[in-house]
Design a binder for this molecule. Structure first.
Ligand code: ARG
Length: 587
């Protein structure tokens, strides 16, 4: 289906052409003075100079050509040369009716691509903390949006599961229990199925080990040695590592599940280590990589750079690989396995320069073809009310689970005021609504910006919040339920004509769906969805306050209202699903 603005612009362009001017001048936009008109065209202003004629004269000539338009109810040329437009109710209602019947509300699908979204990026053996919220939920939403518009999308968690942190954890395990079979290289039997520690142990072990290694060079040396043993595949060490991965991944999955986040691939840095030797050799053989101060590097600066872009270091002087070596090998593997058109990375914006280096290096060394798009979405920081990175009350880093608990508990206090709900329903509802507060509070901000985590604002049922959107959906559900209970059939309803101003506003808000979803998917911007549904929810609520719906005596009008709010519900629910949450039955 064509977008509404395209249809209106077509009509206007025909008028410009009929009046003897160039078509392009007829582009129409949503009015920036909604008090004066619904849409506007500024084309006459732009033409004036070229046509050597006053803009108001051009506007007047164009308006004349539209006197019997079936798109516009009113067309007016105003000084100094704007054209103010209002739509015919029937034209608008027909459009919305078509939208309600079309697949995906009439959205036009872009050319299908295969896209990999690399998001989450947790590190094994460390508890997920608040810093892991944004990469998870922004990535999840982007994945859902791209899937919705028809792409083949693969989400990869890309865990940090390799390198010295692993060696550190194992050193501390050995320190506490040196007799474990994993450390006995003469051992030939089966390794135990159960790990000799729990996830909670691991979370305490890592910081302890990290601290010790900073104070004790001998401890650090042992950690490096164990890291090497892991990397060279010593069986006992590998078996121990498997335990660590298994426990950590299961724990992470549970937390991600609470956020409605899930991944297609649970790959990590370890996954692609097998590719590194050949990749490095190729880079050397083809003359891209050279030695500098003992390290192996690839130059990635470009003439047009305004800031210094340092070379990409492929191997350190001791021959060890780095974070970016693994990312490069991952790109190589993804190309081999999935032949993607695009790879998107979601991380903190402090990694901007890093990804610029990696992307340039991947292109230069031909790990990916020129046609493959590599994008990095760098997000800002979640701050506390003091404007500094969010912390626990005693100044520590808050665990992600704790943050989720906090917001859901707060929501429970609110919801349990509703005496109609038993405890079980109130708990479940608080989980759903609490999650909406958390996700919407974050995703409604443009990702690159820092934002303030303001629990009281996020959980409010009023204002630009997740709970407000859910409240609106629940309101519609309740009207529809009552309608059904009194014998009404929603399938039999159809959108009819415009009967009042707030109904017209609601229809106009609905028509923006295609444009919004196109921007959200092209710009990889979930906040576009939030802005759209906030407007839509406001339009629905105004309509609700100004219109008798269930008590309407004219059965025809009643069923048309019902069809309109049922469509609004579908659009809202589609949108919140793209953000990663759902609506409860009531709240
Ligand atoms: N584990 C990394 C970190 O904690 C994030 C990984 C992001 N993804 C990537 N392909 N580098 O910073």
């Amino acid at each position: 289906m064509k977008k509404l603005l395209e249809l209106i612009s077509d009509e206007m362009m025909n008028a410009f052409e009929a009046a003897g001017y160039k078509r392009e001048a007829g582009r129409v936009t949503v009015s920036n003075r909604p008090d004066l008109c619904e849409y506007q065209c500024n084309g006459a202003m732009a033409l004036a100079k070229e046509a050597k004629c006053a803009p108001i004269k051009i506007a007047g000539e164009v308006v004349e050509k539209l006197s019997d338009s079936n798109v516009f109810e009113s067309v007016e040329a105003v000084m100094p040369g704007f054209i103010n437009l209002n739509l015919k109710g029937d034209f608008l209602a027909d459009y919305v009716k078509e939208m309600s019947k079309a697949d995906k509300f009439g959205m036009e699908m872009p050319k299908k691509q295969t896209i990999i979204v690399d998001y989450g990026g947790p590190n094994i053996a460390k508890a997920l903390h608040v810093g892991h919220l944004r990469p998870a939920i922004i990535g999840e939403s982007i994945k859902r949006i791209l899937r919705f518009v028809g792409h083949e999308v693969i989400g990869d968690v890309h865990m940090g599961d390799w390198g010295t942190p692993m060696g550190l954890v194992m050193t501390e395990i050995e320190e506490r229990n040196p007799g474990l079979v994993y450390f006995d290289e003469s051992y030939t039997g089966e390794y135990p199925k159960e790990a000799p520690f729990t996830v909670r142990d691991l979370e305490e072990i890592y910081p302890t080990a990290s601290k010790k290694s900073k104070e004790d060079p001998e401890y650090k040396a042992r950690a490096l040695e164990l890291t090497l043993k892991l990397q060279s595949g010593v069986p006992g060490i590998r078996a121990l590592w498997d335990h660590i991965i298994y426990l950590s991944v299961n724990d992470m999955k549970q937390i991600y599940k609470r956020l409605n986040v899930d991944f297609d691939l649970w790959n990590g840095e370890s996954t692609v280590q097998y590719l590194i030797p050949d990749m490095v050799k190729d880079m050397k053989d083809e003359g891209y990589a050279y030695e500098s101060d003992g390290a192996l590097v690839v130059d990635v600066k470009e003439d047009t750079d305004t800031k210094e872009v340092p070379p990409c270091i492929i191997l350190k002087s001791d021959g060890a690989s780095l974070y970016n070596t693994t990312d490069l090998a991952t790109i190589k593997e993804r190309v081999m396995k999935y032949d993607p058109d695009q790879m998107i990375y979601i991380t903190d914006k402090r990694q901007d320069l890093y990804f610029m280096q990696v992307f340039r290096c991947a292109k230069k060394t031909k790990l990916v073809g020129d046609g493959v798009k590599l994008s990095h979405i760098g997000f800002g920081t979640m701050n506390g009310k003091d404007g500094k990175p969010f912390k626990t009350r005693d100044g520590g880093v808050m665990r992600l689970e704790m943050l989720i608990d906090d917001i859901q508990n707060k929501m429970y206090e609110k919801i349990s005021e509703n005496k109609d709900m038993d405890e079980k329903e109130a708990k479940r509802t608080a989980e759903i609504v609490g999650l909406s507060a958390l996700l919407y509070g974050d995703l409604s901000n443009q990702a690159v910006k820092d934002y303030i985590f303001d629990m009281d604002r996020f959980i409010s049922f009023e204002g630009n919040t997740g709970p407000y959107i859910l409240y609106t959906i629940v309101r519609i559900k309740s009207i529809l339920d009552k309608y059904k209970a009194s014998g009404g059939k929603i399938e039999a309803c159809d959108i009819g004509k415009v009967r009042n101003a707030s109904e017209k506003d609601l229809m106009k808000a609905l028509t923006g769906f295609s444009q919004m979803i196109e921007s959200a998917s092209e710009e990889l911007a979930p906040h576009r969805i939030c802005a759209y549904i906030y407007d839509l929810a406001n339009a629905l609520n105004s309509f609700y306050h100004e219109t008798k719906i269930l008590t309407e005596e004219d059965e025809n009008a009643k069923s048309e209202y019902i069809a309109l709010i049922a469509l609004t519900q579908k659009v809202l629910e589609t949108c919140i699903d793209l953000l990663g949450f759902e609506a409860p039955e009531r709240m």
